[in-house]
Design a protein around this ligand. Sequence first.
Ligand code: BES
Ligand code: ZN
Length: 446
Amino acid sequence: MNQAAIDDLLGFLRFPSVSTQHDHAGDMRACAEWLRGRCEKAGLSARMEETGGCPCVVAETPKDSAKRTVLIYGHYDVQPPEPLEEWTTPPFEPDIRDGKIFARGATDNKGQILAHLLGVEQTLAEKGNLPVNVIFLIEGEEEIGSPNLGALTSKLKQELACDVIVISDTGMVVHGHPTLTFSLRGITSLEIRVSGPSHDLHSGVFGGAVANPATVVARLIASLHDEKGHVAVEGFYDDVRPMFDWEVQASEALPVREEDIRELSGVPELTGESGYSAIDRIGARPTAEVNGIGGGYQGEGTKTVLPKEAFAKLTFRLVPHQDPEEIQNLVMDHLKKHCPPGVHLEIIRGHHGEPYYTDPNSLYGHAARQALSRTFGKETALLREGGSIPILGTFQQILGAEVLLLALASPDCRAHSPNENFPLENFEAGIRLNQAVLEEIGNLPR
Ligand code: BES
Ligand code: ZN
């Protein structure tokens, strides 16, 4: 692997571009500026686009009307690195060990998007032009639900017009196995805040006569599932369609075992909604998750207190045909209905993202599979994944273009976790994958 490419990635990873934490606003801008400069160096015309939030980088080749246009989307923002003490080396001081580069954002999504940029740069350097027109659209708010990208996409609708959108921000089913992700889950999020007494109370003096907000939060969370692991919110599954036969077959043919998933997660045993395999529970079924919970004394030892408030942060992963806003309303009704007396319940609505689904047998789907198989030397697996890329629904609506998700992350990449990593092998394959997919799309009959 060429040292200059590795140095570029190390430089990119040193920016602590955490979109959800406001004190990183300056780092976001510095990272975007670095990226803009890197796109220009690659031979593209590149600029920053303001969004009202974190800026986007738009970089493109000159338009040749005889060629198809491919929009490559990615994000330079990253998830918070906490808990810091669980990292072997600090999250923004990238370190290479055992052929992998460890840093927050290495696999999600800096390594993957940089591989595409380097693929374009190398083709331009070797051949002087590309088989297609390329537009890079790299945003800084994917990890917070892309709140400003829809408006920018509308504003730049003419310029961003494209035949197909290529994204590498998903995972391979097993390490080194070419994978086309044909479905992602959508998402809707909210936070519940339960408050009771006007101040923290002595739990011996008041306990028994006063509702405990922490207990109420726990009861509300428990009400979200039944004993078979189904989500117990009324109407939650109304729009969920059963899996098609071919989807069941594709899922059964995947080269992954439940034991692999168990091992990767580090749990003693897998659980979930009864009647589905682990891979289908993740990719093809909707879920309710608690992402954070708090309230009361968190320090050393005990403190006999009845906390005045408690909270939980919730997200719901959704599958095709479920409407994020509708589901959010159903969940709010459910929480209000299940909230016991004696407390105030505040519900704060959070971000949404539509589920994504495409036909892997379309013309572009075949081009993507061909490029993946050529790059990794195996037949491409078709996978439904559980993560979300919130802007995809908006892209499909505004740009009307098909989206191809070409996986480059490895299953043990630890995205969103401490010790996130990207194998250098995947980085190098990503560069070849970019060249292969642009070539396959360029060769399609018009
Ligand atoms: N790269 C992920 C999406 C992803 C993860 C797809 C795993 C397939 C498998 C993306 O950067 C991401 O993490 N998105 C967030 C969006 C959310 C904050 C709105 C997610 O899925 O949690
Ligand atoms: Zn992510």
